[in-house]
Design a protein around this ligand. Structure first.
Ligand code: WTA
Length: 631
């Protein structure tokens, strides 16, 4: 079960093998898992439809691999550590046996509530162990989980519930986030007013609050699990059966449901987890992400548990009760691998060194980042202050759609370079394309990042709309999976991912489509139209800048801004609110009516002198107004 590559030389050999004979390479890895029925073929694919299948006709259940198969040798090993929001709340630990039992209990509870194989369950939960347990229980009985980050609004949740036609929602009365508490059940109640597929709501008691419980629909978690047996036979799943749907933003329209399946996702998350973090049997591993995002799915829950690791879950935020919390928790639990986001690093760096200097951090062996490009300054601080100059940084590039880490160093094995993610993992053929879709050869080059071949955890479809999957990822450049990112490759073949080349804004590592935010803003009764772009933000990576055209010029612009922010918070969530809102008389458009975002981006970036050619605009004078009143 040890899938680790142990030297850079071995990586180079394995990489070569994985490209020359991918079936053989992945077969050897997949064989180490527990299959209820052996697969007949490793991979069958074409990127035109697209149609990608891994481990064909194999039968398995991912939870048997994440839990049952460890019981004999790791039954008493800690599987999950939970660190609470409040440092005075005792942490919780679950051995593999305990976790197995809790998952089985909840699996039985789900069945008793009428959930069957194939049903969709939406989870809107705090970062408590029950969230991980609910994911695993869903997988165990063959249901499909879709976690919605508990910062999204009722509207955003309702869209996702309706798209997935979910039969159940699992939530809590409320959650702790730093000094704040957030009501979750009331948001769910509001969302469900416009969702008719949901039959049951399971409510976990997190805060001991009195909440509305609708007779016949709502049931407390503790009542649902009461008396349930701690054994539950895992459902037999086909490799290609859906494990989960996770909604993410793209450049057009509403968020789409990225679909991952049992077999391939299992193999790739375990393989990448062990290699990137160079996890060893006794290590304590901590990823600070929320399970509402893909990072939490792949590298808090599935990757680590499939590997028999000890994984930690944190309920709180990096700055509560103070900006030393991450580092105190690392010392408290003697964390060996620590994985976080550049935005958190930049925020903590801005709080001064005294917090990090007050802790030892001597247990750390590997530190990682994910979610957005890391700037050199933050990289250096992370390396010197957190890693004390002797922990490799793994800068991991990947996406919701890739399911697992695609480009990254492997612990201390790989060469490191600040702000460079490094080399592709075995099995990943990363290339850079020019505008025409031709591969750019050589070194010291820049282009569109694309992947030439399938890997086991590649997106299978966008739920309920396969055509959208094809047009978004497989139609830009024939024969390639297109990432939406631009990247550089240096003279040694190392990759540096620069950022999105499409209309996706990455705020603190969270993805938003410009169209999604514009749609929300346009709901304001006085708004005629709007255009949203990203601009560089010191802590968040990117901030949201909105240009808004009003029917009647607002007499009190600040009040109008507050109303717009309210609408965005209501439609999507507070995490999507624009940092800057500029009221403009018109938007720069081409004669065919297309908004020239390039111009708006330049203004937002504070470079109005670099607008380029504006002569093709329908009304070039709007640009002067925009530039003059830029925020
Ligand atoms: C960006 C997160 C630079 C990128 C796992 C990608 C990164 C998007 C990195 C996916 C990195 C993620 N360096 N950029 N190490 N990691 N990104 O779907 O633009 O939330 O396309 O998945 O984040 O975001 P997502």
């Amino acid at each position: 079960m040890d899938l680790r590559i142990k030297s850079f030389k071995e990586y180079e050999e394995k990489y070569k093998q994985s490209i020359e004979d991918p079936d053989h390479f992945w077969d050897q890895i997949a064989q180490t898992f527990q299959w209820q029925q052996a697969y007949k073929e490793v991979c069958k694919w074409n990127f035109d439809e697209p149609n990608v299948k891994w481990f064909l006709e194999g039968k398995l259940n991912i939870t048997e691999n994440a839990l049952d198969r460890h019981l004999a040798t790791r039954g008493n090993k800690t599987a999950l550590i939970w660190e609470a929001n409040d440092p005075n709340t005792p942490s919780q630990k679950f051995t593999y046996r305990e976790l197995y039992e809790r998952v089985c209990e909840f699996s039985n509870a789900l069945k008793a509530q009428g959930i069957e194989k194939g049903d969709r369950i939406v989870l809107y939960m705090p970062m408590v162990p029950e969230l991980a347990i609910a994911c695993l229980a869903s997988a165990r009985i063959g249901a499909v989980h879709s976690v919605v980050f508990a910062g999204f609004s009722a509207n955003a949740m309702a869209d996702r519930i309706n798209d997935a036609q979910a039969k159940m929602v699992i939530t809590a009365d409320g959650l702790n986030r730093g000094a704040k508490q957030v009501a979750l059940k009331t948001v769910v109640d509001e969302a469900l007013e416009s969702c008719h597929s949901v039959e049951k709501v399971v409510v976990f008691n997190c805060l001991d609050w009195k909440v509305n419980m609708e007779e016949g629909r709502d049931v407390w978690w503790h009542d649902a699990t009461n008396g349930m047996p701690a054994e539950c036979k895992a459902e037999v799943m086909d490799s290609e059966d859906i494990l989960f749907i996770l909604y993410t933003s793209g450049s057009t329209g509403k968020p789409k449901g990225v679909v991952h399946t049992h077999g391939g996702y299992m193999v790739y998350t375990a393989f990448s987890f062990q290699n990137v973090f160079q996890y060893e049997e006794e290590d304590i591993y901590w990823c600070t992400a929320d399970i509402g995002w893909i990072t939490g799915h792949s590298y808090i829950v599935y990757g680590p548990l499939l590997s028999g690791a000890t994984t930690m879950m944190f309920e709180g935020v990096p700055t509560f009760p103070d900006a030393g919390r991450f580092w105190q928790v690392c010392d408290k639990h003697q964390v060996n691998q620590f994985y976080t986001a550049p935005t958190a690093i930049r925020a903590l760096m801005a709080c001064g060194d005294e917090h990090v200097d007050a802790t030892s951090l001597s247990s750390l062996k590997v530190i990682g980042t994910v979610g957005e490009p890391i700037n050199e300054e933050a990289w250096d601080w992370y390396y010197e202050k957190v890693g004390k100059g002797n922990c490799p940084i793994v800068d991991t590039w990947w996406q919701t759609e890739t399911g697992g880490i695609m480009i990254s160093g492997l612990g201390s094995l790989s060469p490191m370079k600040a702000s460079y993610a490094g080399y592709p993992l075995p099995g990943v053929q990363a290339v850079l394309l020019d505008q025409e879709g031709k591969e750019i050869e050589g070194s010291d080059i820049e282009g569109y990042l694309a992947i030439k071949n399938p890997w086991p955890s590649i997106i299978r479809t966008t739920y309920g709309d396969h055509e959208r999957c094809r047009t978004t990822y497989f139609s830009h450049y024939k024969g390639y999976y297109f990432t939406g990112d631009g990247a550089k490759r240096d003279e040694n073949g190392m990759f540096r991912v620069i950022g999105r080349v499409d209309d996706v804004i990455n705020v603190s590592g969270h993805r938003f489509g410009t169209a999604e935010i514009e749609d929300a803003i346009d709901n304001h009764e006085n708004v005629v139209e709007s255009a949203v772009v990203g601009y560089p933000h010191e802590i968040k990576g990117q901030g949201i800048y909105a240009y808004v055209v009003c029917e009647i010029e607002p007499t009190d612009p600040d009040a109008a801004r507050a109303e717009i922010i309210d609408i965005v918070s209501e439609q999507i969530g507070k995490i999507a609110k624009p940092e800057k809102i500029q009221f403009v008389s018109g938007l720069p458009k081409t004669r065919s009516g297309k908004i020239m975002r390039r111009i708006l981006r330049k203004v937002a970036e504070g470079e109005p002198d670099k607008l380029g050619d504006t002569s093709t605009l329908l009304d070039p004078s709007v640009v002067d107004d925009i530039v003059q009143n830029a925020l």
